[in-house]
Design a binder for this molecule. Structure first.
Ligand code: ADP
Length: 651
């Protein structure tokens, strides 16, 4: 035969509070045994320690010392999961203040413990219980739409939802009229008749009369223990108490998720203000990266269209006031010819002169820039005419008066007329238009299409009257870039009898250097902008943490209640983590939309190139989720570590 174990037994339980320097002995060694099926009332004057005892029995609080056994198991040694299991499955608690969650309907309040216990058919069960306590017509009502007595009946239904073995009721009628009190006591009596043990705390003798056994407490000690009504003893079978840890169920996740959404919706303004930080952060990351990537892409396009193996040779800068020794030297055509002999390094060479001229056609005239070039120009500068042709070598050698013009010049002089074959006047000399240059678009502040190109010799001798060139474009053989740079400079210095200290007599500009410099500048800019945007995300995260802390302290009572009905520490932690993640993810998604909107508007209005990469979207949404989790962790941890009764008493 199995050994008889009582439903619960406490031995020498004490509770001491230290308030300042004062030691308050509230419970001074209480011994008590309750058998299965009993209906016990605990009575005593106010301040005698009744509630403290109830909270210890209901596992909402811990004693300072003593032993507490349920079905023979020392429950004070249980871990958080096991204690939560007892609160959920073995114990039902009914509070004087009902402690219903105001944002939920009666049915949802009743079903809440099943979320944590993982019970099935929650809706049916809660409706059946509400029916049993006489509230079948109040299922969808919120607690604020119910009377005190009705709220207490909802609370009783909630305490029954996981089929507990024992119900603890702490002054359940304390806030009710005598008619409502009797109804509640009738419900408790009926439950007891069905085999559920009931332990009740009251200070009213009328209420205590309903119980079978009456325990009087005074100054933290049991004064008397009397049987009021004889009752048949029920034989108790030891119950297996689940000890393994529980895991997060889908129902629990869904409940957390929707309670997070409810919390966000019920505090609309606050939520939006909180999310604003994240929204601004994410939107700025998205739009900054879009701008940076767009600039990068535009540059890359320029690189592929220009060819990276171009060098420009130019005279050095003339120093102002003749201070430190810049000795700029001119470049003559015979220099260019000498340079061009090294075909191992140089593929193509194109000396240029530049100037500005007046062009006239009929009664229209315009000022434009002119370039004198060799036929190689069209290949080095991607300027093969789209209409007509470029001039030939012999035209250059013969000082032919032919020209190729840009589209802006066409527009200014000819309108819709076809210019090819027509004659225009350049500095009062007749030139035949033989081709139209391809469209280049804006180049910095210059219009790349407002130009005229004539043969180099024609420009030097007939138009500008110079015997030296402005610059020399050199197309380098593959892989010979730095060699050619040295060669160009060395040759020019030698031909001018200059030493290497006077190297700044000439300048050599390298296209790929320039492009690399520009690329790294845009990259640095992009990173810098991204970092600034990242900081605003962190600031947004701190905003979320702040709001979560407020939310935790506002809802401390709710946390206490959730723990009292069986939520584990992990469940509470997850609830708040989910809430902060939802908040920041929602902010992230809104921020992405705003960022995309800004990029589109900027590219439309300012004409800047933008490019939104999937990477930047994933990055910023992921980052905002992490911000939510990281910054939500501390408030969530704070909430999860509260003891149920501390949390319930919080104001
Ligand atoms: P009862 O329910 O019998 O009216 P309680 O159990 O609520 O009494 O309280 C018993 C005593 O414990 C009271 O004198 C109260 O002031 C004290 N007390 C309760 N909680 C605390 C606490 N957290 N800190 C200090 N004293 C407390």
């Amino acid at each position: 035969m199995e050994k008889h174990v009582p439903l619960l037994q406490i031995k020498n339980i004490t509770k001491v509070y230290n308030v300042g320097d004062n030691r308050l002995d509230i419970l001074k060694g209480i011994n008590l045994t309750v058998e299965e099926g009993e209906f016990v009332a605990i009575m005593g004057p106010s301040g005698s320690g009744k509630s403290t005892l109830m909270h210890i029995l209901g596992l909402l609080d811990r004693p300072t010392d003593g032993v507490y056994e349920i079905y023979g198991e020392n429950v004070l040694k249980f871990n958080d999961n096991q204690t939560a299991f007892l609160r959920s499955k073995i114990i039902g608690f009914v509070f004087q203040q009902y402690n219903l969650l105001n944002k939920m309907t009666a049915a949802d309040n009743v079903a809440l413990p099943m979320v944590y216990s993982g019970g099935k058919n929650r809706k049916e069960k809660s409706e059946q219980l509400l029916n049993e306590v006489g509230l079948s017509d109040r299922i969808e009502h919120k607690p604020t739409q119910l009377s005190g007595g009705q709220q207490q009946r909802v609370a009783i239904a909630r305490s029954l939802v996981n089929d507990p073995k024992i119900i603890f009721a702490d002054e359940p009628t304390g806030n009710l009229s005598s008619k409502q009190s009797n109804e509640i006591m009738q419900i408790l009596t009926d439950l007891n008749k069905k085999g559920i043990s009931v332990i009740l705390v009251t200070h009213e003798p009328d209420i205590a009369k309903w119980a079978d056994r009456l325990i009087m407490i005074k100054d933290g000690q049991v004064l008397s223990d009397t049987i009021q009504k004889k009752k048949e003893k029920v034989d108790t079978k030891p119950l297996k108490i689940k000890k393994e840890s529980s895991h997060l169920s889908i129902a629990e996740f869904a409940e957390n998720f929707f309670s997070a959404i409810r919390a966000i919706i019920s505090n609309k303004t606050r939520s939006i203000l909180t999310m604003l930080g994240i929204i601004i952060g994410v939107a700025s990351i998205i739009s900054m990266l879009a701008l940076g990537n767009g600039a990068q892409k535009a540059l890359e396009q320029q690189i592929t269209s220009m060819g990276t193996n171009l060098l420009y040779l130019m005279p050095g800068r003339i120093s102002l006031g003749g201070v430190s020794g810049t000795v700029a030297r001119r470049i003559y055509l015979k220099d260019v010819e000498a340079l061009a002999t090294n075909t191992e390094l140089i593929k193509n060479i194109d000396p240029n002169v530049n100037g500005s001229v007046q062009v006239v056609y009929g009664n229209k005239n315009s000022n434009t820039s002119i370039t004198g070039a060799t036929p190689a120009y069209q290949y080095l500068q991607n300027a093969v005419p789209q209409y007509g042709r470029f001039f030939t070598r012999s035209e250059n050698e013969n000082l032919a008066k032919v020209c190729v013009i840009g589209t802006t010049v066409v527009k200014n002089l000819f309108g819709n007329e076809n210019p090819v074959g027509k004659y225009i006047k350049i500095n009062r000399k007749q030139f035949r238009v033989i081709g139209i240059l391809p469209v280049k678009g804006a180049q910095g502040y210059r219009d790349g299409d407002d130009m005229v190109i004539v043969p180099l010799n024609t420009a030097m001798k007939r138009l500008l009257g110079t015997n030296y060139v402005s610059s020399v474009a050199v197309e380098v053989q593959d892989g010979k870039m730095s060699e050619t740079e040295t060669y160009l400079l060395q040759t020019m210095l030698e031909r001018n009898k200059l030493t290497s200290e006077q190297a700044d007599a000439f300048r050599i500009r390298n296209m790929s250097d320039m492009i690399q410099m520009l690329t790294s500048t845009t990259q640095t800019m992009t990173m810098l902008l991204g970092a600034v945007a990242g900081i605003s995300l962190i600031v947004g995260g701190i905003g979320i943490m702040n709001i979560m802390l407020v939310s935790v302290s506002e809802r401390t009572r709710e946390i206490g209640l959730r723990k009292a009905i069986g939520a584990t520490r992990i469940a509470v932690l997850l609830q708040f983590l989910i809430e902060s993640s939802v908040l920041s993810l929602l902010g992230g998604i809104l921020g992405v939309s705003l960022g995309i909107g800004i990029s589109v508007i900027v590219s439309k209005v300012a004409g800047w190139a933008t490019f939104i990469s999937t990477f930047s979207i994933v990055l910023s949404v992921g980052f905002s989720a992490i911000v939510g989790i990281v910054f939500g962790l501390w408030p969530a941890k704070k909430a999860s570590e509260l003891s149920p009764i501390e949390a319930l008493r919080y104001d």
